[in-house]
Design a protein around this ligand. Structure first.
Ligand code: TYD
Ligand code: MG
Length: 416
């Protein structure tokens, strides 16, 4: 038994240790000092400025989307400045060195470890003392404490817990690669998301060349921040001015296509929404979205019916965001509605029009954040007309941009 004397001279028993040290916030260094650049601007952007010492970042995405490629590129840059360790449980050292050759990066300072046992990985890290560790992938890692198979929820969770503890104790930054299951959540039902500091998701249509890395959770920066990359023969290349890459250029305006300005994170992005509304022969007509929320579409169709008198119960409705981008902000509502009307009536929206705005259940058009930035971005790319919520009207007019401000769905219908 330990007996300790407290400050006031009283005696306590069964109390061991002196208690954790208490600090005030201004004693701590500013985060800028413990944040370092990854050497890849778009990656720094999604991380909230750079990689924070001792942080654990989870990178999720479909197999083959480019997670290992991106991390190898990041590690190659970082290895010039600090010791790094790349732990692979999936690929052989030969495969990684072939990839490095293909990427044209200098792998000479990257230490590689083929290992899947968490204790061994931590042991090796303790002796090699890397500043940054990549674990590719967390689903292959197991801890000897548990008897369940690698990849099981318990194993993934426990191994992650160990690695997180190691990161916090030693100030080592860790990138965990995680595979996404069919239903879209990271294997190990989202438990990992709570355990790590930052969760990044890799998005993009498998066939297309653009990839978007999105911050879903970030203890050090904004969420929904996007990093945009293009997959080339020599790995991922940053797209630092991505605004219009997701637009398809139609020779003449086509029915069902609408351009919107989305603003996920801090950067406006022009994307095209396409709708196809077609007579249905099903008793339950189809409502399909790609890149948008399915329930949102059902809601918008109901609003359109109730407040706009537009009937679609005998129609299949498909809405797609071009380029494999996923939009989670309600600012896409107005664009979705207009593209649906355009397809239904088979009438194109006039050229040079952009749209954004949220639509509410009572048929009102609500403002969205970043209105002026969205408008400026559209004007910069040569758009000449904007259909937007009244409350988002710019205080001063924007050169070359005619603003059609609407506050009700009925006004939207007449403005078309
Ligand atoms: P990869 O990083 O292995 O994906 P993940 O780790 O997410 O499973 O990327 C695999 C795909 O990227 C593969 O289909 C080939 C393609 N790729 C290129 O197009 N260019 C390249 O330089 C590299 C290395 C891969
Ligand atoms: Mg991989």
């Amino acid at each position: 038994m330990v007996t300790l004397k407290s400050k006031d001279g009283g005696r306590f028993s069964g109390y061991s240790g002196e208690g954790a040290r208490v600090v005030t916030l201004n004693e701590l260094e500013s985060s800028a000092e413990i944040m370092s650049s990854t050497g890849i601007g778009e990656m720094d952007r999604v991380l909230g400025g750079g990689m924070v010492q001792g942080s654990v970042v989870l990178i999720g995405g479909d197999p083959g989307i480019g997670k290992s490629t991106l991390l190898l590129q990041v590690m190659a840059k970082l290895s010039a400045e600090m010791p790094v360790l790349y732990v692979t449980g999936e690929e052989s050292v030969l495969q990684i060195s072939l990839r490095a050759r293909r990427l044209g990066v200098d792998p000479s300072n990257i230490e590689l470890l083929t290992e899947t046992q968490a204790e061994q990985i931590i042991g090796t890290s303790q002796s090699r003392k890397p500043k940054v560790v990549v674990i590719d992938s967390i689903q292959t890692i197991y801890t000897e404490e548990l008897t369940s198979a690698p990849g099981s929820v318990a194993q993934v969770r426990e191994s992650t817990a160990r690695l997180v503890r190691y990161a916090k104790q030693t100030g080592t930054s860790i990138f965990l690669v995680g595979h996404v299951t069919k239903d879209g959540s990271l294997a190990g039902p989202r438990v990992l998301e709570h355990m790590v500091d930052t969760v990044l998701y890799f998005e993009g249509d498998g066939g297309g060349r653009y990839r978007v890395v999105r911050a879903i959770k970030n203890r050090f920066g904004a969420v929904n921040e996007l990093g945009v990359f293009a997959m080339t023969e020599r790995g991922l290349r940053e797209v630092s001015n991505p605004s219009a890459i997701f637009l398809s250029r139609h020779e003449t305006p086509v029915a069902g296509s609408v351009t919107m300005v989305t603003m996920e994170g801090t950067r406006p992005l022009l994307v095209e929404l396409q709708a196809l509304v077609d007579e249905s022969h099903l008793s339950n007509p189809r409502r399909v979205t790609i890149g948008l929320e399915q329930n949102r579409l059902a809601m918008l169709l109901a609003v359109l019916h109730r407040h706009g008198g537009v009937v679609s119960h005998d129609q299949d409705v498909f809405v797609n965001v071009v380029g494999g981008v996923r939009i989670s902000e309600p600012a896409a509502d107005l664009a979705a509605i207009i593209s649906i009307i355009s397809s239904l009536r088979n009438r194109p929206i006039s050229e040079g029009t952009i749209v954004f705005g949220e639509v509410g259940l009572v048929g009102e058009v609500r403002p969205v954040p970043g209105g002026e930035e969205r408008l400026r971005e559209a004007a910069k790319h040569g758009f000449s007309r904007a259909i937007i919520p009244k409350a988002n009207s710019p205080r001063t007019s924007i050169d070359g941009l005619e603003v059609v401000a609407v506050s009700r769905l009925s006004e939207v219908l007449t403005s078309l």
